[in-house]
Every structure is written in structure tokens, then in C-alpha cells.
Design a protein around this ligand. Structure first.
Ligand SMILES: Nc1ncnc2c1ncn2[C@@H]1O[C@H](COP(=O)(O)OP(=O)(O)OP(=O)(O)O)[C@@H](O)[C@H]1O
Length: 587
């Protein structure tokens, strides 16, 4: 029952809706007492053998009126109580989604996407069930159960009531017990289905790899085994379900048998009339649901409570990056591209003992370009992540025209940074909307200009519906280079003070790279640009190039200065030049 106090905030907020809903529900329970009573009265009249057509008519009208009133009352309680459940579902879903939006990268490292999806779907439905079915079963089992019992005692006989209702608590117990097992089996079957779905999705998305490696047969066998396992697990659901209904029938049958035997005795002893016995039998019908409801109620509340705790635990997690020290007066126009980067030490939060960056110091004036190069895992992306404020736990300070980035409200900072990550993410929508993702108010001519600068415009014109062509699962498949250029167009459209390209030209050919870099130089001449790359031609024109090794700067300078130093950069440059020459002569 403590789930009701956990959801106290919601019931308080929706007080009016629930008062009206519960009142209508209670009236429904009371109206349900009418038809059995009318049936009893009719049976008595028939027993006496003198029922007039007028009396007949009155009784029929009373039953019809009760049915009509029940219809209206049911409509209103359903509208109120199911409406309340839907409202709770809406609020919980929005809370979770808002939370997912503010959480940082470490949160997504701690929780798998599939688990977060399960919290947002299964757990939220179990919680909304409390506000819908939970309230319904609680009120029904209390009011309908009690009022029917009172009607049995008042209109019929207290002794018959006690004796006949003796087996009914077993119904509640079996509903609870079998219900628990049924739910457990159902949960396992859901999990098995979910695994099967994941497997199907993975096999379909990875079909090219599966076929290229000649693994179709093994994959089909693995899939068949999984289907067999899923069916085996699912059979348990049918077994528990098959036990559920007949048990109810046995217990109800027992109740009717006791009623007929003991009630029959009371009738023959003239303690009860035939009509009273008929009413009583009809009242038993009214008692069945409340008894089932008590059993269901425990299940609904237990599951709702466990789900609520899981969701609350997730909501209680605080993001590492907050605006706690932000100067709220700062607006995007206060932020320019003068970057001073001084990080003495940084380690990822989950591996605090392993320093990833050490003594990274550099400065860039607005309009300048920085090149970041170095071996795989040297720390290039990490330098960028700190500037994007994905982590705050470093020793040192990063400033943009004098403002510590930890004091700039996050949305203000990110408005002035455009980032092209290593892994491009495109949404399943049109090319136009994918580019305009960084600025939803962008005009068509601005979108086309951005596509031209990233050398994508001509490719788009070749597509079936040009800028309206859908990309992703329901649309065309883009090449790696096209995806990269689309991400660059998206970033350029943002016109931000700082542009970051993280290995963003790796999938385009040398000629396209030169064209994009030329367009960038023109576009970004009064703004700051950071380029991390493996191909040195991407950074050769930068004002400052940093060569990183194991999180430290090992060489720094312009392209010419670095060649003169004759270190890793110069060696790499010669190697790549040779590769290009060999590549050219092969073409
Ligand atoms: N989230 C993380 N948690 C812990 N360690 C990480 C995390 N991300 C990266 N690292 C480690 O930090 C180091 C630097 O990685 P980083 O991605 O910055 O290198 P990089 O130079 O950008 O490499 P690449 O050229 O492959 O992109 C690596 O040793 C990497 O394993």
C-alpha cells in the first residue's frame, strides 16, 4: 500500500479527478445491488402466484433503469480514473525523458540503452497501472465487496452470508498466489521476447557482415535455438494461466453449492423466501469480482511499487555537469572564440587513477585554427570533450574570452560551439531537416549554402527527391563520406564562434578534403576552428598544431616549424606523402 503514499504528490495534484471518479465508482457498486434485489422480489411474487402485468412492468423498468444508470456511472468513473492513469503515465514519461536529456555521458556508460528503454516503458506502465487498475480494484474490492455483503445480511440472512462466503477468501488467496506466478512467468517471457527481438534486429542490421563472413547458417541456428527457448519459457505462462481460471470456477462452484444446500434448508424451514434465495445467488455473482480484485490488487501494488523505486533511483541520479556556478547574465553574444586552454591533469571519472591528459596548455585568438594530431588514443578527442564540458573534473581552467567555461551556462556555451564528432548521427528524416537540425529556423538558401561549403550539394541534387530525400532506415543509404559531409554542413549552418572537427574528413578523398578546407578557411576567417585528424593534410594550414602522445603535448608549432623539428610529425608527413604518391600512381 505504500505505493499510494509514494504517489501521494500525484493523487494530491489530481485530487478532484479522483474524488469524482471514486464517487462514481462507489455509486456503480451500489447500483449493482439493485438488479439482484429486483430479481428476488419478482421470484417472491411468482412464488405467491399473483403477479400483475403492472408489477411485472415496474420490475422490468427498475432493472432497465439500473442498467442505464450503471452505464452512465461506468462511463464517468472510467473517464476520470483511466484519465488519471494516462496523466500519470504522461508525467512519468516526460520526467524520465527530461532527465535523460540533462544527464551526462557517464550516466549512459553506467546504464545500457535497452535497460533505460525498459524503465521508460515497462516500469512506467506498471506505475500507471497503480493509478488506474490499482485504484479501481481497491475501491471495488472494498465498496462492492462490503456493500454486497451488507445487502446479503440485510435483505437475506446473516447465517447464510457467513457460511456461503467462507470459500471466497481462498479465491482472493489463489488470485494472489497464482497471479504472482503468472506475472513472474510473464516477466520471463517478456525478457525472452525482448532478447529475441534484439537478436532479430542485430541480425537484420548486420546482415551484410553475416553474409560476407559466411555466417548465415550459424546465425540461423542460433536464432532457431533462441526461438525454441522463448517458446519453452512462454509455455509456463500458459500453464499458470490455465490453472488460474478453473480454480476460480471450483471455488465459486463451492460457494453456489453451499448456498443451494444451506439456503434450500432455510427456505424449506420458511426462514427465507424463494425470492431471498434468488437474490442471494445473484449477489454471489457480485462478490466474485471483488475477491479476484483483492488478489489482483496486491500484484498491481507490488509491481507498481518496485517499478516506482527503480524509476525514482534513476531520477535521483544527478548530472555531473550542472549550471551551479554559472553566471546567468551571460548570453551567447558575450562568448567569442578567444580560447585559453590550461589543463594540468584529467582522468575519466570511472578510471580516476589513470591520467588521460597532462599539462595541455595552448591559446587561440578568434579567427585562428588549431590542429590536433597524434596516434590513436593519444587524447585528441578528450581535449575536445573538456571544451564541450562533457566532463568538469579536471585540474586547470579553460576560458573563452576570459570566462571560465564552467561559469558559462551550458546552453549558452553549446550555442557557440559546433561539433562534428567521429561518429556521425543522422536522424530518419529528410536531408534538409538533418542539416537544419543545428538551426531549425534556417532558410532554404542557408541550408543550400552550408551543403555547398561542405561539398555535398551536387551529391544531394543526384538524389531522388533532392533535399527532401529521406535518409536512414526508411530512406537512402549514404556513403561514409556523404554522412561526414552532412555533419559538417549541419555544423557550418550553426555559424558558431567555435567549430570542432573530430576526424571529420577521414572518409573523404584528398580532393574533396582540399575543397572543404578551402571553403572552411574563407568561412571561418574571423572565427575559431579546432581540427583533430590522422591525415596531416587536414591540419597543415593551422596556426598551431599540437602533436600528442599518451595525453601529453610532445611537439608543437606550425606545419613548417614541425617539419623543421624533424620529429614524429615530420616522419608522419613524409610517410603520408609517400602513400599519397603511391595511391596517385595506382589510379
Ligand atoms: N569514456 C572513457 N572512459 C575511460 N577512458 C576513456 C574514455 N574515453 C577515452 N578513454 C581513454 O582515453 C584515452 C584517450 O582517448 P581519446 O579518445 O581522447 O584519444 P584520441 O586521440 O581521440 O584517439 P582516436 O584517434 O582513436 O580518436 C585512451 O586511452 C582511451 O582509451
Amino acid at each position: 500500500m505504500n505505493i499510494f503514499s509514494k504517489l501521494g504528490w500525484f493523487f494530491k495534484q489530481e485530487k478532484k479527478r479522483y474524488i469524482v471518479g471514486i464517487t462514481f465508482l462507489a455509486l456503480t457498486s451500489l447500483a449493482n445491488l439493485v438488479p439482484p434485489r429486483v430479481l428476488g422480489l419478482m421470484a417472491d411474487q411468482l412464488d405467491k402466484g399473483h403477479i400483475s402485468w403492472g408489477q411485472y412492468g415496474m420490475l422490468i423498468i427498475a432493472v432497465l433503469a439500473a442498467a442505464f444508470v450503471l452505464y452512465i456511472l461506468r462511463y464517468f468513473w472510467r473517464k476520470q480514473i483511466w484519465g488519471g492513469a494516462a496523466e500519470l503515465e504522461r508525467q512519468m514519461r516526460s520526467k524520465l525523458f527530461d532527465h535523460f536529456m540533462i544527464m551526462d555521458r557517464t550516466f549512459y556508460q553506467r546504464h545500457r540503452t535497452g535497460d533505460l528503454m525498459a524503465h521508460a516503458t515497462n516500469d512506467v506502465s506498471a506505475i500507471q497501472n497503480v493509478a488506474g487498475d490499482g485504484v479501481l480494484t481497491l475501491v471495488d474490492s472494498l465498496i462492492m465487496g462490503l456493500s454486497t455483503m451488507i445487502a446479503m445480511i440485510v435483505f437475506v440472512d446473516w447465517r447464510l452470508t457467513i457460511v456461503a462466503l467462507l470459500p471466497l477468501p481462498f479465491l482472493a488467496w489463489s488470485a494472489k498466489h497464482l497471479g504472482d506466478n503468472l506475472h513472474n512467468a510473464f516477466d520471463k517471457s517478456q525478457a525472452a521476447f525482448s532478447r529475441l527481438n534484439n537478436k532479430t534486429q542485430e541480425s537484420i542490421s548486420g546482415i551484410k557482415v553475416i553474409k560476407t563472413f559466411g555466417q548465415s547458417e550459424q546465425d540461423t541456428n542460433a536464432f532457431d535455438k533462441m526461438v525454441d527457448d522463448t517458446i519453452k519459457i512462454n509455455k509456463k505462462v500458459f500453464i499458470w494461466d490455465s490453472l488460474f481460471d478453473p480454480l476460480g470456477t471450483i471455488i465459486i462452484g463451492l460457494t453456489y453449492t453451499i448456498t443451494i444446500i444451506y439456503g434450500g434448508l432455510l427456505v424449506s424451514d420458511k426462514i427465507l423466501s424463494v425470492g431471498q434465495l434468488v437474490s442471494f445467488i445473484a449477489y454471489i455473482g457480485n462478490m466474485v469480482w471483488p475477491m479476484f480484485a483483492i488478489g489482483y490488487l496486491f500484484n498491481i501494488l507490488e509491481r507498481g511499487s518496485a517499478s516506482y523505486d527503480r524509476v525514482q533511483k534513476l531520477l535521483d541520479e544527478k548530472p555531473l555537469i550542472t549550471d551551479a556556478h554559472a553566471d546567468e547574465r551571460l548570453t551567447p553574444t558575450d562568448i567569442h572564440g578567444d580560447l585559453q586552454y590550461d589543463v594540468k591533469l584529467f582522468a575519466y571519472p570511472d578510471e580516476k587513477d589513470i591520467p588521460v591528459l597532462r599539462d595541455i596548455h595552448f591559446a587561440l585568438k578568434t579567427g585562428q585554427t588549431l590542429g590536433l594530431v597524434g596516434r590513436v588514443g593519444a587524447g585528441k578527442t578528450t581535449i575536445i570533450q573538456l571544451l564541450l564540458r562533457e566532463f568538469d573534473n579536471y585540474e586547470g581552467k579553460i576560458t573563452l574570452n576570459g570566462h571560465d567555461i564552467r561559469n558559462i551556462p551550458l546552453n549558452v556555451l553549446l550555442r557557440q560551439i559546433a561539433y562534428v564528432p567521429q561518429n556521425n548521427y543522422l536522424f530518419s528524416t529528410s536531408i534538409q531537416k538533418n542539416i537544419a537540425f543545428s538551426d531549425v529556423n534556417a532558410q532554404d538558401n542557408q541550408i543550400i549554402a552550408a551543403a555547398k561549403k561542405s561539398d555535398l550539394h551536387n551529391d544531394i541534387l543526384q538524389m531522388p527527391r533532392e533535399y527532401s530525400t529521406l535518409v536512414g532506415e526508411n530512406g537512402v543509404s549514404l556513403s561514409g563520406g556523404q554522412k561526414q559531409r552532412m555533419s559538417i554542413a549541419r555544423a557550418l549552418l550553426k555559424q558558431s564562434q567555435i567549430l570542432i572537427l573530430d576526424d571529420a574528413l577521414s572518409a573523404v578523398d584528398a580532393k574533396t578534403e582540399t575543397e572543404i578546407l578551402q571553403a572552411l578557411r574563407k568561412e571561418r576567417k574571423d572565427k575559431t576552428t579546432l581540427i583533430a585528424a590522422h591525415r596531416l593534410t587536414s591540419v597543415m594550414n593551422a596556426d598551431l598544431i599540437l602533436v600528442l602522445k599518451d595525453g601529453k603535448i610532445v611537439e608543437r608549432g606550425t606545419h613548417d616549424q614541425l617539419l623543421a623539428q624533424n620529429g614524429w610529425y615530420a616522419e608522419m608527413w613524409r610517410k603520408q606523402e609517400l602513400e599519397d604518391e603511391v595511391g596517385d600512381s595506382n589510379e
